[in-house]
Design a protein around this ligand. Structure first.
Ligand SMILES: [Zn+2]
Length: 216
């Protein structure tokens, strides 16, 4: 994905913010009326780059209407206001994915001062540094994790909601065991056993979803 290159009045707005001392950089500035042209430039750019597919669920939202999309900060702007306008920290997501992901940590090492610019620096599939298809597959509405990053993204954005909605089930995973196992994966440094247990738990859940949808 090609990162956004700011142009016109946006250059000045972004440069002014980036020049501030770290303590003066406030993530709430994102919502300021002054930032509106930057938000629009970011959304327009990534909606086009992503061919109107959400960066996390890869579902198509066939509209360029900015109101349908969120300008997404992969590393939450609340956790790291200094990366608020970093082009490689930005993408376009659907409201549902962003609404579940919120301000959860995605960095392997949040103490790192410079912008984490490699795949290995992230616990989830990254819109800029990872090849989505290497980590997750979709069978219609059922998501299949291929790697640990795939599992972490499923958990972080509740990507199981599509499969659940297709069978009319609750849109959140129904078993506490599932929640418990998958929850562990989102934490850093999961052990191999924890990873295996989480994967088994997800597989069991997916079989249930696939089984129910083939009955209907
Ligand atoms: Zn989405």
């Amino acid at each position: 994905m090609i990162p956004v290159v700011y142009s016109g009045t946006c250059v000045e707005i972004v440069n002014d913010y980036d020049a501030l001392d770290a303590h003066a950089q406030d993530h709430k500035y994102w919502s300021d009326e002054k930032v509106s042209p930057v938000r629009k430039q970011i959304k327009d750019h990534y909606i086009a780059q992503q061919k109107r597919l959400c960066c996390y669920c890869r579902k198509e939202y066939p509209t360029n209407h900015n109101g349908v999309w969120d300008g997404e900060h992969v590393i939450s702007k609340a956790l790291a206001p200094k990366f608020m306008f970093e082009p490689r920290n930005l993408s376009a997501s659907c409201k549902d994915c962003n609404g579940v992901k919120l301000d959860k940590e995605v960095r392997v090492n949040p103490a790192l001062k410079k912008f984490p610019d490699e795949s290995a620096h992230y616990t989830i599939v990254h819109p800029h540094f990872d090849e989505y298809g290497h980590h997750l597959k979709w069978l219609d509405d059922v998501v299949i994790p291929v790697t640990g990053k795939g599992i972490a993204l499923i958990a972080m954005c509740n990507l199981i909601r599509f499969g659940n909605a297709a069978i009319g089930a609750d849109t959140t995973p129904s078993t506490p065991e599932y929640e418990r196992q998958v929850g562990k994966l989102v934490k850093l440094n999961s052990t191999e056993d924890e990873y295996d247990m989480a994967l088994a738990s997800i597989e069991t859940h997916l079989k249930k979803v696939v089984g129910s949808s083939s009955e209907s």
